[in-house]
Design a protein around this ligand. Structure first.
Ligand SMILES: Cc1ncc(COP(=O)(O)O)c(C=O)c1O
Length: 419
């Protein structure tokens, strides 16, 4: 065999890029194994030592395993689970797709992959914000044309209606994520309504012209996690007419801090559902049957869930408050750090503007310095498609305790002061 696999593989396989975030996380694990002090602000995962899956989920899961729930589930998901999730989406987001419009997968990823496959032909435009999680990989996997819409600190790094409007005529699928990974910011009602208006106006024109519409994929996997005074908004809550063009993605991975249990779902107008069910079936990417039982039981009790979500918000905000109060104090001392106030999810957009102080040119050099000199492991926005070296990084609080954050901020302040 040749030493690399290129000769054997398809162009698609040869072009698949490895996740940049996972390779940074591997560096952190190595340093920890060597006994170095590092705060793992890198991965969008939850440490089970810090964040607990709802106990009812675990009890129901083990009951289902002991009751021998070990055969294939239906490809779209267990009917009782589809019912409960459909009730939940209606109760929480005013989105009524009925149980026929709910299709479950092993996490958000298979339903995300399926939603692109439903609409994109090779060469179609896939519009997405930058920075944002993983879209550039999906552009490649679908041989789509990349339409990056750049966010700025002024737009809290969210793609705006104006930015989307400029490229809407080339767009077949627009994916939006709110709260946004990696920035921890969320759309307001007005911002989202303005985007829906751009899509609706374009689709009215396309209907007359007999051209396929823009479809909106709305990824809201962090929707239950919002900062004090912030509400998550779903497109149908601001423009009910967007319903027929909207595919909603959600999952327990983030909301129940259950990234390893693998259950996500798509909420789609039921008329569009049959090909998704077939696709999930062909990929075999349905969640394990006991997981589906446990989720059905957990989502039968919205009050318990609401309580779980508000407790979780408190744990997230405890961590965020330490971070931004320390960054504020450093700013007040004149150190070149900055952040965008957190609105949702588990991320903080943080700027380490250390180019002059360190006499370096790239975010990557700053990332390495933060890791080596302060034991602060962060992910540059380049990993989310924003190529400029402006010193912006993602901090994730999913795997760290309050104490670890305090210690990391102490090390950071000291290291910057010593430059
Ligand atoms: C915005 C966003 N969507 C989807 C996913 C994928 O979720 P899952 O682990 O359920 O596949 C992630 C994971 O980090 C995410 O951040």
């Amino acid at each position: 065999m040749t030493s690399d696999g290129e000769w054997y593989l398809s162009d698609l396989a040869n072009g698949i890029e490895r996740s940049r975030i996972l390779s940074i996380a591997a560096d952190v694990r190595k340093m920890k194994a060597e006994g170095k002090e590092v705060a793992a602000f890198t991965v969008g995962d939850f440490s089970p030592e810090q964040f607990e899956v709802p106990p009812i989920f675990i009890e129901e899961l083990s009951d289902a395993v002991l009751a021998n729930q070990t055969n294939y589930p239906p490809a779209a998901g267990l009917p009782e689970l589809r019912n409960k999730l459909s009730d939940w989406m209606k109760h929480r987001y005013d989105l009524d797709v009925s149980s026929d419009g709910i299709i479950v997968g092993s996490g958000a990823r298979p339903v995300l992959f399926s939603s692109f496959k439903l609409f994109l032909e090779p060469g179609d435009g896939l519009a997405h914000g930058v920075p944002a999680w993983n879209n550039h990989y999906y552009v490649h996997l679908n041989s789509a044309v990349d339409i990056p819409i750049r966010g700025t600190p002024e737009s809290r790094f969210l793609p705006t209606a104006e930015g989307i409007k400029e490229r809407i005529s080339e767009t077949r699928v627009l994916i939006l994520n709110s709260p946004l990974n990696p920035t921890g910011t969320c759309y307001t009602r007005n911002e989202l309504a303005a985007i829906c208006d751009v899509v609706l106006e374009e689709n009215s024109k396309r209907k007359v012209a007999g051209v396929k519409p823009v479809m909106l994929v709305y990824d809201q996997v962090y929707s239950t996690m919002t900062a004090k005074g912030v509400s998550h908004v779903h497109p149908v809550q601001v423009r009910p007419e967007i319903f027929e063009f909207t595919i909603t993605l959600d999952a327990i991975s983030k909301s129940l801090t259950a990234t390893g249990l693998r259950l996500g779902w798509m909420a789609i107008p039921p008329v569009l559902a049959p090909p998704v069910i077939a696709l999930i079936g062909h990929m075999g990417s349905w969640p394990a049957r006991p997981i589906q039982f446990a989720a059905a039981k957990t989502y039968s009790n919205p009050q318990t869930l609401e309580k779980y979500f508000s407790d979780l918000d408190m744990k997230i905000s405890e961590r965020m408050e330490v971070l931004f109060s320390r960054l504020d104090a450093m700013k007040a001392e004149g150190l070149p750090v900055n952040y965008i106030p957190p609105e949702g999810g588990i991320y903080l957009s943080t700027q380490f503007n250390l180019f002059e102080l360190l006499d370096v040119k790239t975010n990557e050099e700053i990332r390495k310095w933060l890791l080596d000199e302060a034991g602060v492991a962060v992910v540059p926005f380049q990993a989310f498609g924003l190529e400029e070296d402006t010193g912006w990084f993602r901090i994730s609080i999913g795997a760290v305790s309050v104490q670890e954050i305090v210690e990391a901020m102490n090390r950071l302040e000291e290291a910057i002061n010593q430059i």
